[in-house]
Design a protein around this ligand. Sequence first.
Ligand code: F6R
Length: 593
Amino acid sequence: MCGIISVLSFKNKISEDLISALERLEYRGYDSAGIAYVDESSKLERIRSVGRVQNLKDIVENLNIGSNLGIGHTRWATHGKATERNAHPHICNGVAIVHNGIIENYQALKKDLLNKGDEFESETDSEAIAKLIAYNINRGNGFVEAFKESIAQLVGTFAIVAIYEKEPNVLLGAKIGSPMVVGLSSDKNSFYIASDAAALASLAEDVSYLEEGDLVAATKTDKLTYEILDSNRKKVLRNVISNATSINDVSKNGYETFMLKEIFEEAIVARRVYDNFSYNINDLKFDGVSIIACGTSYYAGLLAKYWIEEIAKIHVDVEIASEFRYRNPVLSRNLLYIFISQSGETIDTLYAMRLVKEFGSQTVALVNVEGSSLAREADFVIKTVAGTEVGVASTKAFIAQTLSLLLLFADKKNIDISQIESSINFVLNNHYKFAHEAEKIKDSKSLFYIGRGVNYPIALEGALKIKELSYTSAEGYPSGEIKHGPIAIIDENVYTVSIAPFDKNFEKTISNTQEILARNGKILLITTEKAKAYLNELLGDKNLDCLFLPDANSICQPFCIITAIHLLAYYTSKFKGHDVDKPRNLAKSVTVE
Ligand code: F6R
């Protein structure tokens, strides 16, 4: 969701850093962007624009800005529409702030400030923060004191960065609930506060993640220094780690889009996960597993349930984090709770984990972003090593999540990684075939994805990808469930992607496919080479659209099917002319409930 960057520097071309960081934050999802800076005459200036960062960049490039202190923001609208008026930074009497998260008591604060004579220009909760700091300065406090006082008055989750034109050598930040990372440039001439390490790729080689309630104050005298205060306002040191996001991770490397690049990394990621996997949970005592996650990460959990129950004979429940949190779940100390999140910041998953930790059960976080909130708070962390995922739709992280879960419960030597790799590569090398099929399904008014067994969660993942990227209504269903209602929707305008590799469920799924064909539904069959010999016998001479994937053993088979449905979704969206990397209304990191 929203992204933050800020810089205090000895160089006076900080606008370049702000814009390049905002470009790297684009992947989080946003609908407006802005910067504020203190210029060479100590005057606070602000530029905001709706839409892409490029719009902001076009304005900034024409201005030749000289400044050592600035903040920038990409906003994903929560309170108030995506308009310039609502875009950050918000300013008041020389104070400028950017804010991620939600200020829950902003109505009360706003009322109070309105009574004191303030006027509000936006519909946002964030504007109240700038007003509050300015008000506290006006009461005779210095900037730092006013900031501290204001932060203490806020209720909610936030990452906030503030600057003040009368103190142009100070940069302040505070965080509760939303991530915040700080770092110095390697020449020690610039200090940055950002919402994630990707923003600082190429700016800071080493970074520190702030903890809950931390406040950071950077000051420029003859050198740049900063101190971090914990929630009791005691000076603390936070670990300095190397910034795991390299500039290579956040560039397209010749691919048309990040999503395509990331799908094409799926075989490499599978190999990397396998080679690096050395986690074991043998020392942990549990007699059941509860997996909690959202979206694609939730589907990774559903897929793993089939494997874990089959291989390890352990009962597994899989839950959507937002539901788990609010239904008073019956918790157990005999369960191992696994929280899956690519970003490691999804607020519902994080709060679900806190609930479980408070109860005293063991928590495992399966995350892709190092230093993320889930990674920092879990008892046990498994890194999915997919590398930075920039496309908003999760692809290579899904491969990494599912394979990591498999390796956690299966014997590594029984997993044929070469077969996984080669079958994914086969799909990638034949990507044009998926493009060809995507042309056919792209105008369908709605889509079904069906599958049995492990192919059911894959069907859910396929449908989700179509929804988010093509804006077409799509549903994933267990093949056997179709005739319990959804079949009523089937007619010649509805496409069903039937996932039926040649496995123990093949004939059953084919017979469900026939039920759809009998009602004039269109079918795209995703199957495997060995099925060729049986298709005529089972389906007669019906002229079906088929995609044939390589056969693999039952454990390895899902991986190339995942790559196949990712490619299909990718091309469907591309041919509809959509922005594949930044689908409308979506955010990469969902940090509000
Ligand atoms: C779908 C997608 C989302 C995320 C979901 C959870 O392509 O990307 O459904 O999977 O928002 O995000 P994480 O994994 O970061 O917790």
